[in-house]
Unconditional design. Structure first.
Length: 279
């Protein structure tokens, strides 16, 4: 304990200091990582349940740090957000993802949609929409093939601030998906006002299909809501054939998950679509 003024003592928690130091370290490595191009994108295929074919990919960032090894985005995205490094990292992700989708076209593999995860910190920047439009212009990718994924909780928290940006992007033909849907407590009233095209059912609802009755009916209810609102519905985290059958019967449009493939580096993603699989 350290003396902090007259007769008062501050309890100094060493684990707090350690956590703080680790954060500062991580931030420093993140900054380096950006300069040294230590980030890469993996791509997880999305399958149309109507045609049984791969129609697009979600881009997922990976960080291969020389100091820390492979770091999960679940660890570093929060730090990147707090330090605002998510802005340059996110810019890089958008451009890379557009380049990937355009490359697939240029190499004759076809037109595939690319979904990109967007942090609220990026979304509330004044020049966010300009940067997105710039990535489309630079690459020549059709706006209809770009889908921005925004978590439900993000939108609920900053609703008024986000709507103008989202509406503008929507008006340009860009797709907007509500990610992790079902976990962010948005009322249906909100949902109706949002300029979105897609609902992504969170994988926690899929996980328990077909054993857990409650989550099963929730999954079906979410698909129904989405369809009633004219939205495309994507089920994420589909790992088994049973789960696929279930969401298919519930009239879900698209699935994504280990059943089809884990996220892949570009070469393997291309190899997969070249094999032209039909499920
Ligand atoms: P998310 O957007 O919900 O992405 C889905 C996560 O589930 C991914 O984890 C993916 O690898 C994993 N996943 C895919 N299929 C399955 C499955 O069948 N079962 C299970 N259990 N998991 C599956 P990942 O790649 O570790 O990413 C974690 C989170 O990090 C993402 O969650 C997203 O919120 C964030 N993230 C990833 N890339 C980016 C990025 O470029 N920008 C931002 N802002 N966030 C990102
Ligand atoms: Ca996502
Ligand atoms: Ca998700
Ligand atoms: Ca998630």
């Amino acid at each position: 304990a350290k003396e902090a003024g007259k007769g008062k003592y501050m309890i100094f928690d060493p684990s707090f200091l350690q956590a703080f130091n680790e954060r500062v370290q991580l931030e420093k490595y993140l900054r380096q990582g950006l300069q040294n191009e230590e980030f890469l994108l993996y791509y997880q295929p999305q399958l149309s349940l109507k045609t049984g074919r791969i129609i697009g990919f979600e881009s997922l960032i990976r960080w291969n740090s020389p100091e820390l090894g492979f770091v999960s985005p679940l660890t570093f995205i929060k730090v990147a957000e707090d330090s605002r490094l998510i802005i340059p990292i996110g810019d890089w992700v958008i451009l890379q993802a557009c380049m990937f989708a355009k490359r697939l076209q240029d190499q004759g593999h076809g037109h595939y949609k690319i979904a990109v995860n967007i942090s609220v910190i990026q979304l509330i920047q004044d020049n966010f929409v300009d940067k997105v439009m710039e990535s489309l212009e630079i690459t020549g990718l059709e706006p209809e093939l770009l889908e921005l994924e925004i978590t439900e909780s993000t939108i609920v928290e900053s609703f008024d601030q986000l709507i103008p940006n989202l509406s503008f992007l929507r008006s340009k033909g860009i797709q907007i998906a509500l990610d992790d849907f079902g976990t962010g407590y948005s009322s249906l009233g909100y949902l109706k006002q949002m300029p979105i095209t897609t609902l992504k059912i969170d994988k926690t609802f899929i996980e328990h299909v077909p054993n857990d009755d409650d989550n099963r009916s929730l999954a079906r209810a979410i698909v129904l809501i989405g369809r009633k609102m004219g939205l495309k519905v994507v089920a994420e985290g589909v790992e088994t054939a049973r789960q696929m059958q279930y969401v298919k019967r519930a009239k879900c449009d698209v699935i994504q998950g280990y059943l089809i493939s884990k996220p892949l580096p570009e070469k393997e993603a291309i190899r997969l679509i070249r094999s032209n699989p039909v499920y």
